[in-house]
Write a protein of this length. Sequence first.
Length: 433
Amino acid sequence: MFPRIPFRLKTVDDLLAEAARIGAVLPFSDDFSVFREPQTIGRVTLDNRFAVNPMEGFDADENGTPTERSTRRYDRFAGGGASLIWFEATAVVPEGRSNAHQFWLHEKNVSQYAEILARSRRIAKEQHGHDILAIIQLTHSGRYSKPDGRAAPIIAQYSGVLDPVTGVTPATPLITDDALDYLQDDYLRAAELAAKAGFDGVDIKSCHGYLLNELLGSHTRSGKYGGSFENRTRFLRTTIARVREEIPQLIVTSRLNVYDAVKYPWGFCSTPEDYRRWDLTEAKQLVAEIIKLGAALLNVTIGNPYFNPHYNRPYELAIRGATAYNEHPLIGVSRFCEIASEIQQAFPALPMITGGCAWLRHLVPYVAAGLIKNCKLAFFGQGRGAFAYPDSVRDILARGEMSPKKVCTTCSGCTDLMRRHQPTGCVIRDRER
Ligand SMILES: Cc1cc2nc3c(=O)[nH]c(=O)nc-3n(C[C@H](O)[C@H](O)[C@H](O)COP(=O)(O)O)c2cc1C
């Protein structure tokens, strides 16, 4: 095991000194007034720049319907004060669930999704006097599908690095082009249901190693969904175009992996010479295309939480039994910020959101303000922090600070629960979960 790097930073000066010591470049600002600058997306004007990033609870019932436990999570998110709530990964087909208790939206439970969303809107209005923007993340778990708790991978291509750790063998079939064509209809149907439930928008999720993300890096696949840039991005582009055309009232967005950090030819935007370096050329080409197709927002992310979690969610403690990487978490935070900034700066007119900063604990607001003020990101999103300390937004806006006693400690306890197929939540700060 590599040594743990404990969080010892107390002040902003400590943070800046530590960043300088290890050569990490961080966006930084102490001008918190930027958090209150309004931002318009579609028809909604939001009164602050905070978002809850999608965080799976694995607490739906076996039919994918939100339960009381799910309702409590969203009540806490809405009560926290973020103006943008990105509802978690929600399967579009049962075989694409990563867990028997993942959200799954279908005709028979749309009213329960409408209910949980209506509560969030009501709570946000009552407690903060604002309207929220609600996006729902539509997903197919692809290689990580486990609809009844056992691995049942559905893959876009074989991978020299991911197959050995995901139970994929040469006998595992590739998803066919026909099945991918039909799957777009499932996304469309789920998007229609999302509109019916009252969501403002849908995220055609293309990140974190799941099916649509795997397609983006499917250099070795043949046929119309693999090989060339045009083919690898076809599914996402076509689905976005179809949602825009068939359900024009919905905002369409994607949580997009702009860099997988997976060795070429099995990943998206990793340089062929060294997967630890990124080349965002194709990511930018794709963003340009989806803007043309009508995407109104982009959620920028990187990495694969199963394979290289230090890219996707820099942490102090690795999950139990997992390899701990020999990298200072601040390097991970700085990489996330640098990449998100590069994408935002290439497309200044498209509002973007990013995150990945929980390791910073109570110093999060300084980097969040830096991302917004200096790098022009539209929103700052919290993931693990929203489980641990949903009221942090309220505290930052009201008092200009987060309580060090309430922050996420990046102990990986929530990810560990996920891996053990248990309902997630913060194991340290939320004992009632
Ligand atoms: C328990 C858990 C559940 C998550 N669920 C989702 C999800 O449903 N969809 C998604 O895109 N990312 C998901 N993520 C990733 C987070 O949204 C976020 O990108 C990550 O935790 C890094 O940001 P942070 O430092 O603010 O936590 C999840 C992460 C964790 C730890």
